[in-house]
Design a protein. Sequence first.
Lengths: 87, 273
Amino acid sequence: MNASQDTIDAVRGILEQTLSLGPRAAQLTPASRLLGAIPELDSMAVINVLTAMEDRFGFAVEDDEIDAQTFATFGSLAAFVESKMSA
Amino acid sequence: MLDGVVATAAFETFPQGARFTMQWAPAGRAPVRTLLLLPPFGEEMNKSRRTLAWSARSFARHGWAVLALDLGGTGDSAGDFGDATWAGWLEDVGCALDLMKRRFGTQPTLWGVRGGSLLAAAVDGEAHDVLLWQPVINGDAYLTQLLRLRVANDAFAGREGTTTKQLRAQLEAGETLEVAGYDLNPELVLPLGRTSLAAWQPGDRRIAWLETGAETDGQPSPAGRRVVDDWAARGTPADLRWVRGEPFWLTQDISENTTLAQASIELLDAVTA
């Protein structure tokens, strides 16, 4: 599922704020790798990002939905959010 | 005294034990509004102290009095966090409200920040004005988020396979859980988990709901919008506004948000006028 521009912007904002990415956030494209490529994104940070997304969008992420695939790229994360919002 | 503000630290004797309070009040005049700060919980409170103290002082300069309370088992108040219960915290809030009514002779405004907003929704009694900052909307989702910290910690320590479901079952069996350095008492977190702003019937209250973020053109969250629309449909219109500022409760380093206080003054003064 492709994410809408609104979702992409919102996810970019969440990553920028929770990881303190600064100008790097603006450079993220759907193909940008996250896990393993952004040093700030450790497992605690993954939890913080999930929390910020739940607070913003009002959905709940289940334990078994938390996997490395979701956080592989900026595009995969935005697609995950889009799918949760339309669920 | 600095800039016309009197800040006073005190231990108040509540039936449940000594409670540490900080008060900021305008010097030499009666406050035009009084606020009881219902603080965020746990690590979020530690990250919030600076912004909240700064904001309380700006409120006092504006002519409002603010009382900040360390809930039982937190900060400098008596008790261990692991013994804190939701009912005990609500009693603390009730005692603090009584104290403020005696001291100032007015009905305090509840100022709920993050998790403290759930306390605001759980306080019985007469209608208060309510000011919410980046409120936790759903206690149940919040509890899952806390438990997820434990899941991540366990995974870090090589204990894979812990699930939030299983941790919940342990709480429901009466077990206290250690999460990120805090002992979570089931009598605290299970009732908290049953509290939500969406289920709250705010009735005849005036509510200002503020959210913040560092992006250039942010909007209130869709989740907040849904709750506020639903309240409006049930007869309680609330002001929902987003302002640009530091998300002080979650930033890795302590940050200060100075825009929320100004927006709060504008919204609540509009309500009074």
